[in-house]
Every structure is written in structure tokens, then in C-alpha cells.
Design a protein around this ligand. Structure first.
Ligand code: ATP
Ligand code: MG
Length: 325
């Protein structure tokens, strides 16, 4: 069953251009199609990645899905409740960490969580228990009594996640949750996204971190200029650009790359320091041919590595080509 259903969703912004003609000024409006008739579904229990370059329309989409920004057209249903016609149940089943959210800086971490708990009508006992668990999980318990204006960026971001999780949401929206964070904070957040998802939470995630997207997301939609140009599992997306299959060979002696270019399974060879970067169609066949060539030319291999296509390469290629599937 789908958790989220987005149909023909659009958001247009109007930018006025003022021209001065003599003493008079005349204006015209240009339309920015920030989100342009996108449709997709997110399955229950899925981590759904929403990737795209800066300005692609990710935050605008999330803001419409979380009831913050009214769509120009289209509709959004979360567990069959229309986000714009029936907002109250949506608030109860979703948690949201927006792109530029902030915690209440004059309150401590603990007080922030108590405040959220009270707003959502959680009993004192439950909210205290929930807050303690979350602070411990996100490694913030020791700092719980500190005013959050003294928190680092990574600590604030972790607290924002705790705040979004206070209500045990069924669907969690995360807009770049690890942006600008150090390795440790990013790792804690990544681990916990995985953990909450394994317990059944559906997660809608935007990120520029391809490693996180590759590792966490069950499916990924790529959006560019307001349109979804690709939507599939990370594995299938990587299959779209097989030209990134490559073998790097390093040798003890100088080599002539022309010899490698003549091998039938080799598509392209680039010379690199101490060796060559060989782009191939079939890694197994190419490895066999390379080893034959190495043996018959009395070369000694220092190191050899094979590369699968990386999500990052695929992402760039899809954006560049506008591949659609
Ligand atoms: N309130 C607004 N008024 C006018 N234009 C806007 C507004 N909000 C967003 N836009 C425009 O809509 C487009 C999409 O912006 P959005 O913030 O959704 O991008 P994004 O994919 O989240 O980018 P980033 O990766 O930089 O966060 C951009 O061209 C942006 O300038
Ligand atoms: Mg954004």
C-alpha cells in the first residue's frame, strides 16, 4: 500500500519584471515553474530519496507535501488523507525537519522536547520517557540541560530530529538532514534514519549526499527544473550508465596504452600515473583479456581495481542528458 500519493503537483511562482519606459514603468510577470506537474507514489515502509541539483524544486515539493506551501495545482494524499483538504490527521501522522528549521534557542534541549510534547498533547510521563529515549539515541542526553543557543549545528540538527520524532510519526520528511554536518553527526543521523525505517517508518528524504542516498534509499526520484526525470532503485539507476564500468591498472614499468586500446572488450583507455584507466563493457571478459596481454608483454601489475558505476556519476549523467525512464 502506498503511504504517499502525489498527482500532477505543480507550484508556480511569479516574478515581476519592471521596465521603465520614459516616465512610466510597465510590468510583466515571468512564471517560475518550481515544480511542474510531478506524480509519484511512496510505498509504506520505504525510504524514498528525492535528489536534484540546487533549485530543482525539492524543498518546494516537501513544503507542499507537509502543508506549508499551497500547491498551484495537483493533489497530495498521505495514508489516504488529502494534505490540503484534511490537514489535521496529516499533522498527527507526519514528522517534519525542514531545510532551514531552528530550535527554540532560549530553551534547553529537554525543554524543546517538552514543549513539542505539550503541543501534541502527550502526557507528562510519556513525553519525559520519549524525550529521554530520543536524547540518548541521538547522543544528546548529556547536553539536555544546556540552552540550545550553545549547541553546535550538528547538535541542533539532531535535536530537530528528536523533536520531529516525539510524536512517533508514521511518515517522516527530512530536507537535507546532514547538510553541513561533521562526519560523526552525519553518521548518527544516517544510522538512526535506517533504524527508524526498519521499525516501519516511511521516510521522504532529500539529500546532496550520494553515499547516504545510495546506502539508505529503497527508491530514488531525480528532479531537475521542476520535473522528475528518473525514478528507480539505486541499483537500476546505476545500470542506466554502464559506461562507468572501469578497470584501473598500475604497473611496475612504463606502458604503451595503444596496446590496451586494441583489446576487443575495451571501449576507451586513458593514461594515468603509473598505469591506465580502462573503460569496459564486460568486466570479466576485459579482465581476462588484460591478463593475457600483460603476460604476453612481460608486464608486472602493481595494483588492479575494478569500478562499478557510482550513484554520483549516474546522477550527473542523468541531469546532463535529461534521461527519463
Ligand atoms: N518563495 C519563492 N518565491 C519565488 N521563487 C521561489 C520561492 N521558493 C522557491 N523558489 C524558486 O523555486 C525553485 C526551486 O527552489 P527549491 O528551494 O525548491 O529548490 P531545491 O531543489 O530545494 O534546491 P536546494 O538544493 O538548493 O535546496 C528555484 O528556482 C527557487 O528560486
Ligand atoms: Mg532545498
Amino acid at each position: 500500500m502506498e503511504a504517499i500519493l502525489v498527482k500532477e503537483l505543480s507550484k508556480h511562482f511569479f516574478k515581476s519584471k519592471k521596465k521603465k519606459i520614459g516616465k512610466r514603468s510597465s510590468g510583466s510577470n515571468t512564471i517560475i515553474r518550481a515544480v511542474d506537474a510531478i506524480s509519484f507514489t511512496v510505498n509504506r515502509g520505504e525510504i524514498f530519496g528525492f535528489l536534484g541539483p540546487n533549485g530543482a524544486g525539492k524543498t518546494t515539493t516537501i513544503r507542499m507535501m507537509t502543508g506549508v506551501l499551497k500547491p498551484t495545482k495537483g493533489n497530495i494524499k498521505i495514508f489516504n488523507h488529502d494534505v490540503w483538504k484534511n490537514p489535521i490527521p496529516i499533522k498527527q501522522i507526519t514528522g517534519n525537519v525542514p531545510e532551514e528549521a531552528n530550535v527554540y534557542l532560549e530553551l534547553t534541549g529537554w525543554q524543546n522536547l517538552m514543549f513539542i510534547g505539550e503541543i501534541y498533547g502527550i502526557s507528562k510521563k510519556d513525553r519525559e520517557e520519549k524525550a529521554e529515549n530520543l536524547l540518548r539515541k541521538f547522543e544528546l542526553y548529556e547536553k539536555g540541560k544546556m540552552k540550545t543557543k550553545k549547541y553546535s549545528k550538528g547538535m541542533k540538527q539532531r535535536l530537530l530530529l528528536c523533536m520531529a520524532l516525539m510524536t512517533n510519526p508514521e511518515v517522516l520528511f527530512l530536507d537535507e538532514p546532514t547538510s553541513g554536518l561533521d562526519v560523526q553527526s552525519a553518521r548518527i543521523i544516517k544510522q538512526l534514519i535506517k533504524e527508524f525505517n526498519e521499525k516501519g517508518m516511511t521516510i521522504f528524504l532529500t539529500t546532496h549526499d550520494m553515499e547516504i542516498a545510495n546506502e539508505l534509499c529503497h527508491r530514488i526520484a531525480i528532479i531537475n527544473r521542476g520535473k522528475i526525470i528518473s525514478l528507480d532503485t539505486p541499483e537500476n539507476l546505476k545500470k542506466l550508465t554502464q559506461e562507468y564500468l572501469a578497470i584501473d591498472c598500475y604497473f611496475n614499468e612504463a606502458i604503451n596504452i595503444n596496446g590496451f586500446e586494441k583489446l576487443t572488450s575495451v571501449k576507451e583507455v586513458q593514461g594515468v600515473k603509473d598505469g591506465c584507466h580502462i573503460i569496459v563493457e564486460d568486466v570479466n571478459k576485459a579482465l581476462f583479456e588484460i591478463m593475457e596481454y600483460v603476460k604476453s608483454n612481460n608486464l608486472t601489475i602493481k595494483q588492479i581495481n575494478t569500478h562499478q558505476p557510482r550513484l554520483e556519476d549516474v546522477f550527473l549523467k542523468i541531469i546532463e542528458r535529461g534521461v527519463s525512464n
